[in-house]
Design a protein around this ligand. Sequence first.
Ligand SMILES: Cc1cc2nc3c(=O)[nH]c(=O)nc-3n(C[C@H](O)[C@H](O)[C@H](O)COP(=O)(O)OP(=O)(O)OC[C@H]3O[C@@H](n4cnc5c(N)ncnc54)[C@H](O)[C@@H]3O)c2cc1C
Length: 380
Amino acid sequence: MAAADSPGAAGPSRQRYRVAIIGGGPAGCACALALAQHGVHDVLVIEAGDYAQFRIGESIPPEANRLFHALGIAQDFFAEAHAPCHGSCSWWGSDKRGYNDALLHPLGHGWHLERSRFNGFLAQQARLRGAEVLLRASLVASAPAQGGGFTLELMLGDLAHPRPASIHADVVVDASGTRAVFARQRGSRKVETLPLVCLAMRFAAPDAPRSGLTHLEAVEHGWWYGAHLPDATLLLAFYSDAATVKARRLQHAAHWLEGLAAASNTAALACGAVPLAGGVQSFPAPSYCLEQLYGDGWLAIGDAASAYDPVTSQGIVKALANGMAAAGAIAGHAALDAVAQTVAQRYADYLAQRQQYYGWEQRWPAAPFWRQLHAGALAD
Ligand SMILES: Cc1cc2nc3c(=O)[nH]c(=O)nc-3n(C[C@H](O)[C@H](O)[C@H](O)COP(=O)(O)OP(=O)(O)OC[C@H]3O[C@@H](n4cnc5c(N)ncnc54)[C@H](O)[C@@H]3O)c2cc1C
């Protein structure tokens, strides 16, 4: 049974849990899977969605294979038949094509995921290993409980028929993605740098030759991303800052398509592909770290803790690794603050890496997008 088919809108089976994980994305599911490996089975995963909607964020590097093996789900993941990604080709810093291929990578190739199916797969694996996964259930409020742990107020079901529920958890893991819902309820704030906007369009491309590569192309006002996905669609996305998007009205399909036509290497991918209904979809792509990553009985992981610019393609492996580290700490093998320190250090490394990536592109020093990125700060 697929996770999305499960009776997710039913309420929690009990009132008390050792661990409640808010969010059933890669971070939350990896945490539940790793907790099961440590023998902690009294775990509730609370997920607002049901894995039925399109989800962006699909390129994962070879490092993911090591994490799938460590989580004990590698063979089941391979059987899901997502599309192999053999590396990336880019036009970045010059108009000559560069390659970063995974041919000789010791961990093999990476993947282009059908992302919602991947998230549903992780949730189903967590359920098979004993976690209770509640779908269409949102955390709405929380408070420290007398005697320790937290009382969590949930809303179950869809907006038309919401039902409240209340549980107690000794430990709470905030894996709610960029909403960071539990950490913000504890008073933690995001320290943001360089937020980008992603404008994506999907195309039907059943007969297109598949390169098996991630395509990146820097242009004057941002950069393009392209990947063929396992469901025979092509995803093309343009990344820029909010001010440039607004000034150039790039969220309108006509302007977006004009921009695509001018990015000749990316446009070549779309040759013969047919746009799917839905037009240009806009996604915030923030970059931040929480100022407070943990507290007494709680810890934030994945995008709830720190979000990376998609240019790195590191968000999912970071989420999986954080989930595994959090589980080790909850099982008593490390302190919560040691996990938080790792998250903070990795974020600092990411900031340096991103500065280096954007520094490699020097062709448009006067363009607002590149000028701000080189200066290390974007306007709101
Ligand atoms: C435009 C874009 C493109 C990206 N591309 C890539 C890429 O190619 N490769 C890559 O590795 N990363 C990419 N990323 C980043 C990647 O998607 C994230 O880093 C990753 O999803 C983080 O996983 P997570 O489990 O921490 O959070 P999420 O995947 O966001 O999961 C959080 C879950 O929490 C649930 N939730 C939220 N609020 C509540 C609540 N109140 N109660 C219960 N549940 C709740 C949500 O429904 C969601 O399922 C991209 C990001 C963006 C914005």
